[in-house]
Design a protein around this ligand. Structure first.
Ligand code: SF4
Length: 170
């Protein structure tokens, strides 16, 4: 089947991993409606109708899902504004992420020595957790005193197969 130049250009906008599938869907839709040439509009319509769900689920799988663990004691006085501000603006320890990244968990350690961290990390893994940030309040000496258990907490999270980043907004 013939393709116009505009249609071929439009085809290049479709991610490579679904392009073959897209070509089949576009040609079959054009054939079914008696067309002899594929236009850019045909590409756009078929992409929307037959391919977008595959693109969306791939993007969903690639999404970075983050949780922040913070100090139970500090949570009495800190609502976590600086952590969220840093994430929302992709600053400090969150600057590595694109706009698709999302925070799916924000929880306290449960008190010394971080008694509920492993349990909650395990629970968040079911939701696609990729990385846990130890909040800056656990690591800085000046504001609240550094967490004496942070190394063990880090190891426990890594043992669950999850990457750890030390810090949020410092
Ligand atoms: S384990 Fe660390 S982060 Fe948790 S309450 Fe104790 S000092 Fe705070």
């Amino acid at each position: 089947m013939k393709w116009t130049e505009e249609a071929l250009k439009e085809l290049e906008n479709i991610p490579e991993f679904v392009r073959d599938m897209a070509v089949k869907a576009i040609e079959s839709a054009a054939h079914a409606s008696g067309k002899e040439e594929i236009s850019a509009a045909d590409v756009i319509t078929s992409r929307q109708k037959y391919i977008s769900f595959v693109e969306e689920s791939a993007a969903e799988e690639e999404k970075i899902r983050i949780a922040v663990v913070r100090c139970e004691t500090v949570s009495e006085v800190c609502p976590g504004v600086a952590c969220f501000k840093a994430f929302n603006n992709r600053k400090q320890l969150f600057r590595q992420y694109g706009k698709e990244a999302e925070i799916i968990g924000f929880f306290t350690c449960g008190g010394c020595p971080g008694r509920r961290v492993s349990r909650l990390v395990k629970s968040l893994k079911k939701y696609g957790l990729n990385v846990v940030h130890l909040s800056s309040c656990m690591l800085l000496e000046d504001s609240y005193g550094k967490c004496p258990h942070h190394e063990d907490i880090k190891k426990a999270i890594e043992a669950a197969g999850i990457r750890v980043v030390e810090g949020t907004h410092h």
